[in-house]
Design a binder for this molecule. Structure first.
Ligand SMILES: C[S@@+](CC[C@H](N)C(=O)[O-])C[C@H]1O[C@@H](n2cnc3c(N)ncnc32)[C@H](O)[C@@H]1O
Length: 207
């Protein structure tokens, strides 16, 4: 647990909370590579066809670069300036054309409305104030075109406090079930050792 605060200046809703951690190198959430469950999905028969894809709370961009490498047209969003800058540097080094945008997910311009075929979630849902989870669902729904897909790796670690704030399949079904057809929601198979049994891989289609 890093800081239980979910309101006020030290709030997880404030970019400075995250920016301070990037600057201090206190980024224990960053596994230094794309999430292995995404890597496995992209080389499996279930791999979705390429399209326009948004990565929410993309951090240093490991997952965004992975999907770009597999042919997706990727935009990564994060409101911590250092994360965006580091992601842009990584993209430039890789030679991949990924756009990284510094923005708060909850105030994205309307030009992104129904713009994406996919939204990717990995340790962003667990990073926001839990009281904003309904708003987060609305953000994902607005970003996706009808029939678009959310590909999510939810962190269900089961511990109190946060961030990361835990979740579970019942809550995910409850929050997303109206706006999304939940096509897959099951324990991820290829999690890194420290997250084994604590990640849920979801594929949710916008109705
Ligand atoms: C726990 S980190 C995960 C980063 C990345 N997904 C990873 O796995 O390394 C959460 C990220 O979400 C970003 N974030 C949190 N709330 C946000 C918001 N409202 N808008 C944009 N980014 C946000 C933070 O800046 C941070 O980079």
């Amino acid at each position: 647990m890093m800081d239980p605060s979910v309101s006020g200046p030290g709030s997880v809703s404030n970019p400075s909370f995250w920016e301070e951690r990037y600057r201090a190198g206190q980024t224990g959430w960053d596994i230094g590579r794309p999430a292995p469950p995404f890597e496995s999905l992209l080389v499996s028969p279930d791999c979705p066809p390429p399209g326009r894809l948004a990565v929410l709370g993309c951090g240093r961009g490991h997952d965004a670069l992975l999907f770009a490498r597999h042919g997706f047209t990727v935009t990564g969003f994060d409101f911590a300036p250092s994360a965006v800058q580091e992601a842009q540097t990584a993209a430039a080094r890789s030679g991949l054309a990924v756009e990284f945008v510094r923005a708060d997910l909850f105030t994205l311009p309307s030009s992104y409305s129904e713009f994406f075929d996919y939204v990717v979630e990995h340790t962003c849902f667990c990073a926001i104030d839990p009281s904003r989870r309904g708003e987060y669902v609305d953000v994902v729904r607005h970003l996706l075109r009808p029939g678009g897909e959310m590909i999510a790796l939810f962190f269900a670690h089961g511990q109190p406090g946060g961030p990361p704030f835990t979740t579970n399949v019942e809550e995910i079904r409850h929050l997303f079930g109206d706006a999304f057809a939940i096509e897959q929601l099951e324990p991820a198979r290829d999690s890194i050792e420290s997250r084994r049994g604590k990640e849920v891989l979801g594929r949710l289609r916008r109705r």
